[in-house]
Design a protein around this ligand. Structure first.
Ligand code: SF4
Length: 211
């Protein structure tokens, strides 16, 4: 079990899965920059969080809900938690809002599963599934919190703590992901991966400035 002062931001999990260096730059070195992808996400989240609690027939919707887990060592906020009434129980159903479209990897699912694990620990209840709403395609993807996704999420939370405790920012791994990375300008992947010398990099900057 982690202590209160050891809890890390739940949102870091998706960054760690995307790129460990991006995660270290954002959550260890505290550097962040928005690009068009993250900016769209912020606008969408602001809309989602406009009304805090809404009551509908058999469903109570809570937005921007504070969540944490001492076993995962994570703290954060869930975009939306729907509480579905069945018999005398209100079962939580987390819904995460993303501005883009469904991804091939598990980054969004892991973030949602971590939210569910936090809610399970807080409410001592089992949460079988949740959903991710994608703004670009306007579809809602249902996600089952099966054992494999739970194991992946728990392992990633441990890796996140190990990364932060190590105090070492991993080297850049150049890939297609760098093209969509909001930290590319801060990361300087070609320099960090040793693919380009500092001298060449400075020469390129100077020639761009003179052109
Ligand atoms: S630019 Fe590439 S290597 Fe650097 S943080 Fe982003 S994804 Fe990772």
């Amino acid at each position: 079990m982690y202590r209160d002062d050891e809890l890390l931001q739940l949102s870091g999990l998706q960054h760690l899965l995307y790129c460990p260096r991006q995660c270290a730059l954002a959550y260890m070195e505290m550097q962040w920059a928005d690009n068009s992808f993250t900016a769209k996400g912020i606008i969408m989240h602001d809309k989602v969080h406009a009304e805090k609690i809404e009551r509908r027939k058999n469903v109570v919707i809570e937005r921007d809900m504070y969540i944490k887990s001492f076993s995962l060592g994570l703290v954060g906020k869930a975009d939306v938690v729907e509480f579905h009434k069945s018999e005398n129980l209100m079962t939580p159903f987390p819904v995460e809002y993303k501005s883009g479209k469904a991804k091939k990897d598990n980054t969004d699912k892991v973030q949602l599963c971590a939210q569910a694990l936090c809610l399970e620990e807080m409410m001592k209840i089992k949460i079988p599934n949740g959903a991710i709403f994608y703004g670009k395609t306007k579809n809602r993807l249902n996600v089952d919190f099966d054992e494999s996704l739970r194991d992946e999420t728990i392992a990633l939370a441990k890796d996140f703590h190990n990364l932060i405790e190590s105090g070492i920012t991993p080297k850049a791994q150049i890939s297609e992901k760098c093209n969509n990375c909001s930290l590319k300008e801060l990361c300087l992947p070609e320099l960090a991966a040793g693919k380009k010398s500092v001298k060449k990099y400075l020469q390129e900057i100077a020639s761009e400035r003179d052109s």
